[in-house]
Design a protein around this ligand. Structure first.
Ligand SMILES: [Zn+2]
Length: 684
């Protein structure tokens, strides 16, 4: 028997009952209930959870209650479809103690005090056995995850009901009554019998009844064979068809089968009722119970070799589940298993999707409009992106020297970089693939390479030689003598520096890419003396080698004169570095001095009269030089000018033509007040 809310008044009545219950029966909320999980098939989160409790059992009758429950549960799970889906259901038993045994029988004025107020004769129907649903739910809340509540009433009169909870008596057919009432509770099934129930609302919303007689409109048409007459006569069992009479009416409404437990106790669920129960179970239970990895977005490093995916299923007892795996929508062969191992070497870089699909192909279901018998899980994989490298050099095809320029790799992506001064380059990271590489420089022909393959984690080497657009030559040589490493050698064209090189540890230097023309090779020796100081040369149609220089450290004239007066020598050096070097004219004089120093020093050593005159001049000059270092002006009096002229005249007698030329310049400058004032000299 199925109880339906009939109108708002009933709802209001129920509300009153609930309020009355809350106010009047505080003892229930204080009671301790012994809860035992008597059927445990896994975590309640993904199982349908049944709670079964007793009413009308006294404290001395709990053993009976346990025995009765065992028998009923046994009966249920030995009946299809429950026998196939036992794994989908967990069952809790709750001991509820009543003060008195049995249930109320208002028609015979027998009343007992029970915990859940079980009573026959509900709505005046003797076998309609109900309990106080609110109280039953309150007890059931001992199991927070409960989905269905069943109450076994300790009374042997035949009776039961199925609504928000189900109740059934401890009749000898209690198991069968339970199966029928569970049909209402879980499958939302209608009663299929025809016994009138005055006032019961019209309708055919339940899965096992219909008003429709056209094949196309019958909700269980998938189960009806083409030859079956519709409506189906009762005289012969045609199997599933369209049998008139159900839901408390003998006409105008149809049921799927000749008979069914929803019509008479003791027969199986008809296929349509059974299907409805399986579909309902799948509303509580996902075929997939758990998954590994639990995270669904996975970032996988390039060095990972394999990854395993694993699914745990809630298996029906019968072998009806099929499963499979897909990678990027492609079905994986031979993977009818709950695990999949992916060899990372077989999948490319970037995004992928791994999907597991399972379906219950049970013959108990033919119509699954919402696909509840299917389940799937997907993982999004991101395999680490490109890390390939293209490196190499770009060199002059003739001299093999590096060339600075731009190098570009184009393919699925475009990468570019500049080569260094030595021609080397590296493009990184580069996505796996093939590329065309081009390079060029304004002084060289351009070059390209096609189909250069780049693989992850690998370095692809590309060396390119470029033909110079202009014919060029090289100049090389050596600086020998003391201190010949690290000297800057300049290649000049007029005053412009075209190239510069630095001597290596052996004093070697090298210029390449030199176009034909006139050049000066000039070692920037600073304070050193060198012989010779420069080479003037012409580059025409050949390389020039052995342009060598000798570095000689020669004593300067002042050192020869003042070798026993280091303080005076230091004063002169200070004058050179702090005064002359700050002044163009002073620098010119310093250069002139060093150009001829070797010759003058040699004259001082060999000509005693020159040595004497030079020494006398220096002695007289030193005080005024000291004044100049102190930022005062030098005063050249008659005596100093006389000594300068006398020394110059003496030197001229022995001097080489270049030195004579220099002395002429000095004599001329000594007469120019303008030049002297530039040097900070006042001539008196
Ligand atoms: Zn049925």
């Amino acid at each position: 028997m199925k109880i339906k809310m009939q109108n708002e008044k009933s709802c209001f009545g129920m509300l009153l009952v609930t309020v009355a219950f809350l106010v009047l029966t505080p003892y229930l909320s204080l009671a301790q209930f012994l809860v035992e999980k008597i059927q445990n098939n896994g975590n309640d989160d993904n199982r349908m959870v049944w709670v079964i409790m007793g009413d009308g059992y006294t404290s001395l009758q709990l053993d009976d209650f346990h025995q009765n429950v065992d028998n009923i549960i046994d009966k249920i799970f030995n009946t299809s479809p429950w026998s196939s889906y036992k794994n989908f259901i967990n069952v809790y038993r709750i001991d509820v103690i009543s003060n008195e045994s049995g249930a109320d029988h208002p028609s015979s004025s027998r009343y007992v005090n029970t915990a859940l107020d079980a009573t026959f004769d509900t709505y005046g129907i003797s076998r309609l056995l109900t309990v106080d649903d609110s109280k039953a739910f309150d007890v059931a809340s001992e199991v927070p995850s409960f989905d269905a509540v069943m109450v076994l009433v300790n009374d042997q009169q035949y009776g039961g009901s199925g609504g928000a909870t189900i109740a059934f008596s401890n009749h000898e057919k209690a198991g069968l009554i339970a199966l029928h009432e569970i049909g209402h509770l879980i499958g939302d099934l209608a009663d299929e019998y025809e016994t009138p129930y005055p006032g019961y609302p019209e309708g055919d919303s339940e899965p096992n009844v219909t008003y429709q007689t056209e094949y196309e409109h019958i909700k269980w048409k998938n189960w009806i064979e083409g030859s079956t007459p519709l409506p189906t006569p009762e005289d012969n069992d045609y199997g599933t068809g369209l049998y008139e009479g159900a839901r408390y009416r003998s006409e105008g409404i149809y049921r799927p089968n000749h008979n069914c437990i929803m019509r008479s106790l003791g027969v199986p669920y008809c296929p349509i009722c059974s299907e409805a129960l399986v579909l309902s179970l799948y509303n509580y239970v996902d075929l997939i119970d758990s998954q590994i990895p639990n995270l669904t977005n996975l970032f996988l490093s390039a060095d990972l070799n394999t990854i395993q995916f694993r699914i745990e299923l809630v298996d029906p007892s019968s072998d009806t589940v099929g499963m499979g795996w897909e990678i990027d929508g492609t079905v994986q062969q031979n993977e009818n298993s709950n695990t999949l191992t992916v060899d990372m070497g077989t999948i490319t870089k970037g995004a992928h999707k791994v999907t597991f699909l399972a379906a219950d192909f049970t013959s108990l279901v033919r119509n699954d409009p919402h696909g509840v018998l299917l389940s799937s899980r997907s993982w999004n994989l991101e395999k680490e992106l490109a890390s390939g490298v293209i490196s190499g050099t770009v060199v002059n095809a003739i001299t093999h020297q590096g060339i600075e320029g731009i190098i570009i790799a184009g393919g699925g992506e475009v990468y570019s970089t500049k080569t260094g001064a030595d021609g080397s380059f590296a493009l990184s990271p580069v996505r796996e693939g093939t590329y065309d590489i081009t390079t060029g420089s304004e002084r060289y022909s351009s070059a390209s390479r096609s189909d250069v393959a780049v693989a992850d984690g690998k370095v692809t080497t590309v060396d390119i030689s470029l033909e110079p657009l202009f014919t060029t030559y090289s100049i090389s040589g050596n600086i020998f003598g003391s201190g010949n490493e690290g000297i800057t050698i300049e290649l000049k064209k007029g005053d412009a520096i075209v190239l510069s090189a630095i001597t290596d540890v052996e004093g070697n230097y090298f210029f390449n890419g030199v176009e034909s023309g006139f050049y000066i090779v000039f070692p920037a020796l600073g304070g050193h003396n060198s012989i010779p100081q420069r080479y003037e040369l012409e580059v025409d149609d050949r390389d020039l080698n052995n342009i060598n220089f000798e570095v000689l450290t020669v004593p300067c004239p002042a050192e020869v004169l003042l070798n026993e007066q280091p303080s005076s020598l230091n004063l002169l050096r200070n004058f050179r570095d702090s005064v002359l070097s700050k002044n163009t004219l002073g620098k010119n004089y310093t250069t002139l001095y060093y150009e001829h120093a070797a010759e003058v020093a040699s004259l001082i050593k060999t000509q005693e009269d020159i040595k004497v005159k030079a020494a006398e001049l220096l002695m007289e000059l030193i005080p005024t030089i000291a004044m100049r270092i102190d930022r005062q002006e030098m005063v050249f009096g008659e005596g100093i000018r006389g000594r300068i002229n006398a020394l110059i005249s003496q030197v001229e007698r022995y001097a080489s033509p270049p030195l004579k030329e220099a002395l002429t310049i000095i004599k001329r400058d000594m007469r120019s007040k303008k030049v002297l004032s530039q040097l900070g000299v006042i001539s008196q």
